[in-house]
Write a protein that binds this ligand. Structure first.
Ligand code: TYD
Length: 136
């Protein structure tokens, strides 16, 4: 049986009557030391993003507001998951083509990464990705 491409981790919730509070710490929700955090927000209606894979990078994606559909593809199988909760993080390892679709207008997607930005780690061409996936 093939392993699921969608790997979700539980993010501890420490909210109370005052409101929400979510915690992602090393050894908890985060399985790697974080070297970079970025967030995607204000995505224009109808816009999709991503369309790339990474050779080495590991990421944890948390939709801290709104919702977004994440599509993951390993060269053979595609899986989709809607992220709409700050209580769940989607782990995306290397060698996965990812696309982000159906952003809600209020979506804020927070991404924790284990390395600084490095364009040479990207595979942005789908045909190149198919060759890369086939050779793994
Ligand atoms: P890109 O990776 O294409 O975004 P997405 O996959 O979400 O559509 O990044 C958009 C631009 O921002 C591109 O010029 C690279 C730059 N960028 C950085 O400089 N640092 C970063 O950490 C990220 C994620 C992107």
């Amino acid at each position: 049986m093939k392993a699921s491409l969608v790997q979700l981790v539980d993010i501890p919730q420490r909210g109370d009557s005052r409101g929400g509070l979510s915690v992602a710490e090393l050894g908890g929700a985060l399985p790697f030391p974080v070297r970079r955090v970025y967030w995607i927000y204000g995505t224009e209606p109808g816009v999709s993003r991503g369309f790339h894979a990474h050779k080495k990078l590991r990421q944890l994606c948390v939709c801290v507001a709104g919702s977004v559909r994440m599509s993951l593809f390993d060269g053979r199988h595609e899986e989709n998951i809607v992220l709409d909760s700050s209580a769940k993080g989607l782990l995306i390892g290397p060698g996965l083509w990812r696309e982000m679709h159906d952003f809600s207008p209020d979506c804020v997607l927070m991404v924790f990464a284990d390395a600084e930005y490095d364009e040479s780690d990207y595979i942005r061409n789908r045909t190149e990705f198919m060759d890369y996936a086939a050779s793994r």
